[in-house]
Design a protein. Sequence first.
Length: 171
Amino acid sequence: MHTENFRAALVVVIFSLVYGTLRFSSTLQAAHILDRRDRVDLATLHLHGEFVESNLGAARAADGPVTIHMIAEKYVFVPACVTVPAGVPIRLRITSADSAHGFKIAGSEVKTVPGSVTEIHLRFPAADKYEFYCDEFCGPGHHAMMGRIVAVSENQFQPQNSARGAACGQP
Ligand SMILES: [Cu+2]
């Protein structure tokens, strides 16, 4: 009888430990995801703030880092083509104008949802073209939702602050 009670107590203790550990790690994970996202007002996305059209694309801050601002919407990325310098850290800040979308490129992927900014750090090792696409099914045009990052050498890099800037990736 004592043995049965002991076994029952042991099962409860083990269950509690496993459950507690899972709860703790999922809370940490959620906090981590929230940390990496900023809120953005969907209604004024195009009017002011970091996602106005004139601020889309790649820009280099005065102290050096390069940031890409991008909007995902059915069924395009704006801008769909971005030129960046190769071999340096690139910060991508992306948000969605409508539904959940994915952004997948060369071994990295993130999800983006309306009202939040998702941030990811990328680096393109060589001057080359890197295709990206939406990997979150978002509707009938999903399959065509793609774009391109063109990494160029430092001295060829000219930040473009235009969503529909000059032809990108043309020879
Ligand atoms: Cu999609």
